[in-house]
Design a protein around this ligand. Structure first.
Ligand code: NAI
Length: 332
């Protein structure tokens, strides 16, 4: 997809962070932008930010909904058609949450929350929107489907298992949708950043009441640590430009750098790591050491550089303190 002006873009999680950056980038291209998010206050601020960025008020539609709720998502899709006159030409599914802790500490609620937002909402959008997009646009005009995943989908994530699983699943879905949509004159892209300067470090604050039971240690202090890590991440508008370049050039995977050689080297190293899981543990360790010695440069130059725990914060990623099977003495 290369021509954006006058077309419709629907961005989930568009009230903040990466999603708001994408709304700015595609709004600046002349698209009408619908932003969908669960937080009304964030949506209100985002509309003001988009206007200040130069996007016309009449080209912005803010919709409050819980994207994991299929009825609400269907109603939002209907609203976009009513207000903008058709389904989106560009669907970007970016809403996400994360919660860090040892995967063996995870509760059902940890899985349900993170997989609900990071994977189920993507499935909802694909099932609700893609048929409408095909009917309206196939071989008439350009259209495209994109999802914001994470580098976390490419390797084992013992410190955020539900998140890594959800992201690996949406990666694969985007590979499938790209192959499926090519015959309709369309395609799919999955954006896989490492670290974004966003508000995801506050996600626990609006975790739904019924999913509050977590196996991880979560506090104001752990959120403070997370925020300090994300503050070093890529700027959301810069990341939005990277997604735009990937869509224009029909890349299925978009990584947070424009340098394809670095992409390829990093992806090969990551996929090699996955392929090595079929080796015996001994051989795997030998190969991992060899790869570390080669030191493939991480293309995410904005990536997590700063992991220190700021004063007054607590390290994130620990288990809830009362779990009696998670004890450092058992982890040799
Ligand atoms: P963010 O917190 O700034 O934005 C995410 C938005 O999703 C928020 O506005 C939030 O209200 C919305 N949201 C969450 N649950 C929702 C629900 N049930 N219904 C509707 N909206 C909901 O975070 P960020 O970082 O911009 O996240 C965007 C995407 O980028 C996510 O998919 C995340 O997994 C991914 N990502 C983030 C990284 C980071 O370092 N921040 C790194 C790699 C990927």
């Amino acid at each position: 997809m290369k021509d954006f002006a006058g077309k419709i873009c629907f961005v989930t999680g568009g009230a903040s962070g990466a999603g708001l950056g994408q709304a700015k980038v595609f709004g600046r291209e002349g698209m009408k932008v619908a932003i969908a998010d669960i937080r009304q206050d964030a949506l209100d601020n985002a509309v003001e930010e988009l206007i200040a960025f130069g996007i016309k008020r009449e080209d912005i539609l803010a919709i409050r909904l819980d994207l994991t709720n299929r009825e609400e998502y269907t109603a939002a899709a209907n609203k976009v058609e009513d207000v903008f006159g058709g389904p989106p030409h560009l669907l970007i599914q970016t809403a996400g949450v994360n919660s860090f802790g040892p995967v063996e500490a995870s509760t059902f609620e940890d899985f349900d929350w993170v997989i609900g937002v990071c994977m189920q909402h993507v499935i909802n959008g694909l099932v609700i929107f893609v048929p409408r997009m095909i009917k309206a646009y196939a071989h008439k005009t350009e259209f495209h489907v994109a999802t914001t995943s994470s580098m976390g989908g490419f390797f084992p994530c013992p410190g955020c298992g539900p998140y890594g699983a959800a992201k690996a699943a949406v990666d694969n879905l985007m590979y499938s949708y790209d192959a499926a949509l090519i015959p309709y004159g369309s395609g799919a892209t999955v954006l896989c950043p490492g670290n974004i300067n966003s508000n995801i470090g506050n996600a626990e604050k609006y975790r739904p009441e019924k999913l509050k039971n977590t196996g991880y240690h979560v506090s104001e202090g752990t959120m403070m640590h997370l925020r300090s890590v994300h503050a070093g991440g890529i700027d959301p508008v810069e990341l939005g430009e990277i997604l735009k370049e990937a869509i224009e050039n029909q890349r299925v995977i978009a990584l947070p750098d424009h340098d394809y050689d670095n992409h390829a080297a990093t992806l090969h190293a990551m996929f090699e790591g996955i392929a090595d899981l079929a080796l015996t543990r001994e051989l795997r360790q030998v190969k991992a050491a060899e790869r570390a010695a080669k030191q493939v440069k991480n293309p995410d130059k904005h990536g997590p550089q700063k992991w220190e725990v700021p004063e007054g914060a607590e390290p994130f990623g620990q288990a809830r303190k009362d779990l009696d099977w998670i004890d450092e003495s058992k982890r040799k």
